[in-house]
Design a protein. Sequence first.
Length: 249
Amino acid sequence: MEKIYLLCIFIFLGITTSKAQGTEVEEKIPFTEPRFRYYLQTLLFYNEYLDTKNGSFNTTQARALIPIGSKAWNLRFDLPLVSANTNETNKTGLGDVGMGISYIPFMKNSQGIALRARVYANSAVDPAFGSGKWVIMPAFFYGRYFNEKKFLWISSFEYQQSFAGSSERTDISIAVLESVLFHFFGKNWIAGDVAFRYNSTLNGYQNNAYVEYGRKITPTNLIYIHPSVAFGGDKTYNYGIEAGFLILF
């Protein structure tokens, strides 16, 4: 459900410079794989379907990742279009939008750490499409390649806290510990991810896991698909399916 709360603004930087510098840095740092691209200008378009106990949510989202400066910094913008389908109503509209900034303070050989902060705005056009809150999400990442860069492990911790918004909506206070393992072979990758979420407002767990298959279809275009399942006493959905298309520019 967290992907329902995001924004996208497209910013164009020098394509030639970005590709040359991005390729050099990509050899040194783990944070360049699908979903964690810090050094390459990237556009991501994906569609995610989530089945919940009250109906379903379908999110069509665009995302821009823009490295800046020495490429130790990265900007992220997301724009979600959400459809809610329940027994009572079917509607579509803009979800909560947000932006993020990432910084990599350390990289050496095949490992590195990164810091990220995101803010989601209370901008959904309908209460069903967003949290009703302004939310800040600081996060810490550690990544490492193994076995001649055929495997990549990234672990992260993120804390999500609401700080403004509708007083009639539930406050957000969630801690997320996540680990994902990628395996690369030829033009393909497979991945497995488990995220443990503790919602202190509900005093319950809203965990999920996914598997993923992706493939590079051109030197600058990639596609992926991943099914997911939620588990825990207060899970936000039952199962989901996501498919995406990445463009490097």
